[in-house]
Design a protein around this ligand. Sequence first.
Ligand SMILES: *Cc1c(COP(=O)(O)O)cnc(C)c1O
Length: 379
Amino acid sequence: MRTAVPQFDLAGQYPSIRQEAEASVLRVMASGRFILGPEVEALEREIAEYCGCAHAVGMSSGTDALLAAMMALGIGPGDEVITTPYTFFATAGCIQRLGARPVFADIEPGSFNIDPARVAAAITPRTRAIMPVHLYGQIAAMDEICEIACRNELPVIEDAAQAIGAELGDRRAGSLGLMGCFSFYPTKNLGAAGDAGMVTTNDPRLADALRRTRNHGMEPRYYHATVGGNFRLDAIQAAILRVKLPHLERWQHARTDAAALYRRLFDEAGLARDSIAARDGIVLPPELPGRRHVYHQFVIRAPRRDALRAHLAERGIGCEIYYPLALHEQECFRHLGHKRGDFPESETASAETLALPMYPELTPAQIEAVVTGVVSFFR
Ligand SMILES: *Cc1c(COP(=O)(O)O)cnc(C)c1O
């Protein structure tokens, strides 16, 4: 009998936290404090500590975290923000929602993250921020990006939605730029039971600005010097996240163990290649030096990717394409005037990548089933 392997298994995680999670929800219900309040403040302290930052400000989602971070800097019409075209839509969508212009810089050929040389080349007098994404759980080239930002006196906003706990040297995602934006979408490495997010920073004035921004720019009550939004975090989500946070390191290790087993089994099967040009194997996810990859996703490159995906689906193996169309080719960004070929590394990644099942509860037998499924496509 074949082992079915889902792409995610959130229900599989629930028994290990069930008692505590349910008690925490009931605690919030009895408290009558449903929005912000002590649960959110406690989570903010705990996330700040986990990320090695002085401040953390709870937000209603990762998307709202990005939006609030840019609003706190006053980014708006006429401004440009440099980011990657190979990311989840929200990164660039938030720039456009503020009336600013997303300026894309292609990814590095050797990773899925933005290329610092292309960031430097994209800077203009209108540039107001640089927004790298730590895609799939691995930190972008932050030393180089921050050096470029520093030279040009520009803030760096990390889109760390996929990278909580990822490290560069001994520094964690969210502590490397001026602000770090996190998502606690249920399938992220630390997931809520709904939407939730956070912005981290070491700048106390920015932390205050973020707190105002998430609450209509209000301070004091019913006085508004600036326009913000409702980006507030719910207490129930914060309470559940506080139950899950103490498990996060164990779950991160389970992900890296799963990634190491994938790697070993693909190597043993003789399937690992340096490029897919030979068309008889796959490229394993790059692990860059000096970094801790937290494997939000385990993403391979494969020839005939769509056929491989169909082959795996037929065998009950979940897999997903992140992301099938680079952002510069999305209809909503047509006014930016890009065409196919403008960001070739991102376009190639969109055509070649496939995310295999990855979650802490993945068993060795399931990983073997996935590898067997991939091997059977090539043999
Ligand atoms: C998930 C994600 C977001 C958005 O987070 P939400 O909580 O879903 O709003 C933003 N950027 C990236 C890279 C993401 O993966």
